[in-house]
Design a protein around this ligand. Sequence first.
Ligand code: NAD
Length: 247
Amino acid sequence: MSRVAVVTGGASGIGLGISERLAARGDRVAVLDRQGDAAKRAADTLRAGGAQAVGLEVDVSDRAAVESAMEAVRREFGSIEIAVTSAGIAAEHPFTDITQETWDRVLAVNLTGTFNCLQTVVPDMLEAGWGRIVTISSSSAQSGGPNRAHYIASKGGVIALTKALAVDLAPHGITVNTIPPSIIDTPMAQAEEAAGRFPGVEAIAAVTPVRRAGVPADVAAACEFLCSDDAGFITGQQIGVNGGWYL
Ligand code: NAD
């Protein structure tokens, strides 16, 4: 069955992989991203492959912009049935150097951005009596990690939001799960490596039990399952896609 799916951060990395995967199974996919041109290019590519897709520029921290983007999706495809929230920003500073402004921005995008998107689409799902929500959190929120208290706190909030919403929405046919990935080889990971803020995709791969870094398709495969009818009894879960990473 073709569903209407929105994927935030869908123009790059994990979100792009998820957009491709959902489009390939026949969903109508809205690619939402702050990089509007990249979102439109991604949608063009999906359409060239035979899918129905639209690309929209939106900053998920801007509530009004989120509401008007979701309205545009409804006009294009109808009521929204699936939401995947992959839009996010990385940050690394020693705890004592985190400015109020940086803290606020990381929380605004990673946590409030997730809230903005989900609160805007959940009424569609309640009306339909069916919905699938997958948030992208981070394994760092399960393990902790150095110099990323703001990022990790934001992702911990995403996990907690996911678990709380799962309970609220379960009686309505809506599942809410989170994927907390470990290192996935994406433009974000490559930029962090280039900036010297993280040991590198290959170095992490060497100490990952499966001996490789993840790729967006690894996350997309798990996400597609969570967005299926078959996953209706799975909710409130943290589905690690991490190659056995245990730190
Ligand atoms: P990425 O940078 O390749 O993609 C993120 C996308 O989000 C980009 O297209 C970017 O433009 C978009 N975005 C950023 N801020 C936005 C905003 N305010 N509004 C709308 N769109 C915005 O990164 P990625 O590695 O694919 O990361 C995707 C998600 O996975 C992020 O939430 C990230 O924190 C999380 N994550 C990534 C890794 C990893 O190793 N790559 C590990 C754990 C968690």
